[in-house]
Every structure is written in C-alpha cells, then in structure tokens.
Design a protein around this ligand. Structure first.
Ligand code: LMR
Length: 332
C-alpha cells in the first residue's frame, strides 16, 4: 500500500518535473536512501543516462537494502558545493568533471592538458592502464573514493563570433571550469578565462558576461548553449570525463556483501556507459545541427595552429602533475 502511494506521488512528481529527466525510485520503508547528485540535464546526455542506469541497477539488484535517488541539473548540489556535501554525508554519489578537483589533487590536471588525447579511445586506453587506474584513488586520504571514469566527450570552443584560428579568440572572455590548466590554456589564446559553475553558463552567455565557452556536444545541446552563440568550432582540444565517486565513509558503512555488489554494479554500469558515449555525442552533434546550431570544421592547417598555440601549457604544469604521468597519458 505504502509502495503504491509512493508510486502515485512519484508519477505526479515526474509530471511536474517534466523535462528534468530525474530518475526517482519509490523507496520502500527500510531501504537506505542513497543520493546521487549531478549537474547535467536533458534525456540524451551520457551522464544522465549512466546515472539513471546506475540507480536502476542498484534498485533492482540491491532491492530492499539500498535505494538510489538521482538529482540531475544541480537541483540538489551545484558545482561549488557538491564535494563538500559528499564529505559531510549530505549526498553519497557524484560524477563531477575531472577538471573540478583542483583543491583536492593536482594530478587530474593531466586530463585537462590540451590535445593530450587525440580522441576518447586514447583517453579510455589511458584510464584502463595501470597509471590511469591508480589515479582513481588519489584522493583517498581526504575520504574521496573513485568508483570509475565516465567518459563524456571531447570539447569544442563556441563563441559569439566564428572561431577558425586561435587568434580569433584574442580578447574574448571564456567561461571555464575551475581548472588551472584550463585557465592557462585560455590565456595562451590571449583571451580571459572566467571560472564559473555549470548552471550559470547559459545565462552568462546570453547576457554577454562571457563571450564563449568550451564543452562537449552533449552539454552544448542539452543546455542549449548553441542558441546563444554564433557557432561552435570542432577543435577537440580537451577531454571531458567524470569521476563517478563516493566517500570512504559511505563505502565503509556498507556490509561487506552489499559493498562488493555495489562496487560490481558501478563497474558494470561504467563499462556500459563508456561503450555508448561516442554514439551519444554524435547524436547530440546532429541534434545541434537539426536545431539550427552552426558548427565550424577545421582543416589540418587550421587545427595545427590551435595545437601550436596551446602546447606550451604542458610545460607549466609538468612539475605539479609529474612528467611521468604526462608521458604515460600522452602515450596512448
Ligand atoms: C562543465 O562544467 O562544463 C561540465 O563539467 C559539466 C558536466 O558535468 O558535464
């Protein structure tokens, strides 16, 4: 009976939340509620799909024990608060971009180095290697535990004017994530970086607080950035990937059997998510074009100018990231 009432309430909640694509389970009494918070939205975004799949699998396979509730679109916590909230136990699962961990580790700067990965396959080969896997738990000393890497896509620059060469970006203001590498990369284009939370980007582009931004097709489509930009240029200059993560406190609080099942589900969902991400990105690229967004492609000569402009950034971060780690990532 209780479950039925919960389901009715849930259905009503979903009607009111139409368009936010949250995945809310009707938790049974006695089940432990586990909150998964993230900042992306829409229905076709790789993180939305992976997070909802994780919830579905836990709610099926650990029915009666754990009940995952997914909060998308920064509705529970946005960029600036989510890691703190995880450490405080106010949320149990997150999937932040690897560019957002600067206060906890400098090592993840390796993922932000411009043009270090030629495509997502190279990035996935690195994350599956020993050096990549070791990085998953580089923040264990502060109580943060990586469960898996979820790929999101390569990133592309958009602006309120066409960007064909890096010199076109001169003097423009670009929103970046809170990453020192991203800031240095924008400075290398003679432009100004403006770190900003993800949920503020659309408004900032619309009102001209910033002139441009850099993101994946899935974010540019689901957050409608293309509507308030002249065009997006297919630079593929950086990777966007997430750390699907929890806290040590939460993991330790699970009994051994539940913990190993929970980790196995995270592994399985990660494999499925990374298999479909390239198709999801391509579908969202097409969605942008269908919706009237403009995409500029680069020829080899133009692309080389972007690579040359940004390559000096690597040297700046070699000491804090580690030359060996950079070499390992660049070898794939
Ligand atoms: C951004 O802030 O641009 C992205 O990290 C958002 C996301 O989670 O994809």
């Amino acid at each position: 009976m209780f479950k039925k009432i919960n389901s009715i309430l849930l259905a009503l909640a979903l009607v009111f939340a139409a368009g936010t694509s949250s995945s809310f389970a009707a938790c049974d009494p006695g089940e432990r509620v586990v909150k998964l918070s993230h900042v992306t939205g829409g229905t076709t975004h790789p993180k939305v799909v992976a997070a909802n799949n994780f919830a579905e699998q836990v709610n099926k396979q650990l029915n009666g024990k754990l009940c995952v509730e997914v909060y998308p679109n920064s509705t529970l916590f946005g960029d600036s608060k989510e890691l703190e909230a995880l450490l405080l136990g106010d949320v149990q699962l997150l999937a932040p971009s690897l560019s957002k961990f600067g206060s906890y580790t400098k090592k993840y700067g390796v993922f932000d180095l411009p043009f270090i990965f030629k495509d997502m396959d190279s990035a996935m080969a690195f994350t599956s290697s020993k050096s990549g896997k070791d990085l998953l738990n580089t923040m264990e000393d502060v109580g943060l535990v990586g469960l898996g890497y979820w790929m999101s896509g390569m990133k592309y620059f958009s602006a309120n004017k066409p960007l064909i060469l890096p010199t076109d970006a001169k003097g423009l203001k670009f929103r970046v994530q809170t990453s020192d590498v991203a800031k240095a990369m924008i400075a290398a284009m003679d432009a100004s970086p403006q770190p900003m939370a993800f949920d503020e980007v659309y408004g900032a582009l619309q009102t001209g607080v910033v002139d441009g931004q850099e993101n994946t097709w899935s974010n540019i489509y689901t957050k409608k950035f293309f509507e308030v930009q002249d065009s997006t240029t297919q630079t593929s200059h950086q990777l966007l990937a997430y750390l699907f993560m929890t806290s040590k406190e939460f993991l330790d609080s699970l009994d051994a059997d539940t913990r190993s099942k929970f980790i196995k589900i995270a592994d399985d969902v990660t494999i499925v998510a990374n298999k479909s991400v390239k198709d999801q990105e391509e579908a969202n690229r097409q969605n942008i074009l269908k919706a009237g967004g403009k995409i500029n492609e680069l020829n080899a000569k133009q692309r080389k100018q972007w690579v040359d402009a940004m390559k000096p950034v690597w040297k700046k971060f070699e000491a804090e990231i580690g030359a060996d780690l950079i070499a390992a990532a660049a070898s794939f």
